[in-house]
Design a binder for this molecule. Structure first.
Ligand code: UDP
Ligand code: MG
Length: 318
C-alpha cells in the first residue's frame, strides 16, 4: 500500500498543530492509506514543540523535529523532505489555511500518474488591495525574469518520491521551494483550493519580510537583473557619445561654459544608476558568499518518534 508523508513547518503554532494532526489522521484513516506526519518546529517561542513532542510520543504516525533556532520555512520544508519516507510527500502549512479536504483529489491525481500536484489558490477576497498589488507585481516580475508562472501557487503541494529525491540532492542552500517544483518539470497538475482563515495565531509575514522574500527569490531564480547593469551601461554610452559631440561642438564655437544643468543632471542620474547597479551586484555577491560558506541549512536539536525517543547532537545531515 502507498504511504504518504506530510511535512508541516510550524513556527509558533501551538494552538493549531493538534487540530491539524487530528484532521489529517481522520482523512487518512478514511482513505485507508499509510501515512506519517512530520512536524518541524522552526525554533518556536511558544509551546509548539512540547505539544508536537507529546503527539509523537502518543501517536506512531507523528514525528516531531525541533530546530535549534528559527531557520525559516524553507529550511523546515527541506528538513522534512530529507526525513520523509513516504511514496509521496504533501507539504502543508500548520495554520490550517491549506484545507485537508483537498488531499484526496491530490492523491488521486498522483495515482493517475502526476509526479507533482500543485494546489492553486482561488482568488482571495479578504486580502487588502495593497497586498494583492504587491503580490501581483512580484509574480509578474518573477514570471518575466525566470519564465515560471507562480501566480496563485503556494507551498501546498504533493511531490512524488522521485521529485523529493531530486530536491534532496540539490546542493544550493538559498532555495525557493515554490518555484523548484516548476523547475523540475515532470508531469504536473493543478488542483484548486480555497484558502481558509488562520485557525489561530497571526501570520509571520510583515511587509519588510515579504519584500526581502521577493528580492531573494528573484535573485535565486534569475540572473537577468545583472544584465540590467550592462543595459544601463550601453544606454549611457550612447548618451555619452551624443553629449561628447555636442560639448566639443560648443567648445570649438567658443560656448564652452554653458550647460551646467546638463552636468548636474548627468551626475545625479549616473550616480543613482551606479549605486543601483552596485546594489544588484552586491545582492548576487551576498548569495554567492552564502552558498560558498556551505553551512548547514538547519540544525536539528531534537527528533522524537514513538518507540525510539532519541536525541541528535551536533550537526545533522545537510
Ligand atoms: N513558518 C515557519 N517558519 C517561519 C515562518 C513561518 O516554519 O519562520 C511556517 C508557519 O508556521 C506556517 C507556514 O510557515 O505553517 C506559513 O506561515 P504563515 O501562516 O505565517 O504565512 P502566510 O500563510 O501568511 O503566508
Ligand atoms: Mg498562513
Amino acid at each position: 500500500m502507498e504511504s504518504i508523508s506530510f511535512i508541516i513547518p510550524a513556527y509558533n503554532e501551538e494552538k493549531n498543530v493538534v487540530e491539524l494532526n487530528h484532521r489529517i489522521s481522520q482523512e487518512m484513516e478514511r482513505l485507508g492509506l499509510n501515512y506519517e506526519i512530520l512536524f518541524i518546529d522552526d525554533g518556536s517561542k511558544d509551546q509548539t514543540f512540547p505539544v508536537i513532542k507529546e503527539m509523537a510520543k502518543q501517536d506512531p504516525h507523528v514525528l516531531a523535529i525541533k530546530f535549534s533556532r528559527n531557520f525559516g520555512k524553507e529550511a523546515a520544508i527541506f528538513c522534512g523532505l530529507a526525513q520523509s519516507s513516504g511514496d509521496a510527500v504533501i507539504v502543508m502549512d500548520a495554520d490550517l489555511q491549506h484545507p485537508v479536504s483537498a488531499i484526496e483529489t491530490m492523491i488521486q491525481q498522483w495515482k493517475a500518474g502526476y509526479q507533482i500536484v500543485e494546489a492553486k489558490k482561488k482568488e482571495r477576497q479578504n486580502e487588502t488591495k495593497l497586498h494583492r498589488f504587491f503580490s501581483n507585481c512580484f509574480y509578474k516580475m518573477l514570471n518575466s525574469l525566470s519564465g515560471f508562472d507562480l501566480n496563485n501557487l503556494s507551498d501546498f503541494k504533493l511531490l512524488d518520491r522521485r521529485a523529493v529525491g531530486i530536491l534532496n540532492r540539490l546542493t544550493e542552500r538559498q532555495t525557493f521551494f515554490r518555484a523548484l517544483s516548476g523547475w523540475m518539470g515532470f508531469n504536473t497538475c493543478f488542483v484548486e483550493f480555497e484558502v481558509a482563515d488562520r485557525f489561530s495565531g497571526t501570520s509571520k509575514w510583515s511587509f519588510k519580510s515579504l519584500a526581502r522574500y521577493a528580492v531573494n527569490n528573484i535573485c535565486s531564480f534569475s540572473s537577468k537583473p545583472l544584465q540590467f547593469v550592462t543595459g544601463c551601461g550601453l544606454i549611457f554610452l550612447a548618451f555619452a557619445i551624443l553629449l561628447g559631440i555636442n560639448t566639443l561642438y560648443n567648445y570649438f564655437n567658443g560656448r564652452a561654459f554653458s550647460g551646467f544643468t546638463t552636468v548636474i543632471l548627468l551626475i545625479l542620474i549616473l550616480g543613482s544608476v551606479l549605486m543601483i547597479s552596485l546594489g544588484i551586484i552586491g545582492f548576487y555577491l551576498a548569495k554567492i558568499y552564502e552558498e560558498v560558506k556551505g553551512r548547514p541549512r538547519y540544525l536539528i536539536q531534537e527528533l522524537v518518534k514513538k518507540e525510539e525517543n532519541f536525541k541528535n547532537h551536533g550537526i545533522m545531515n545537510k
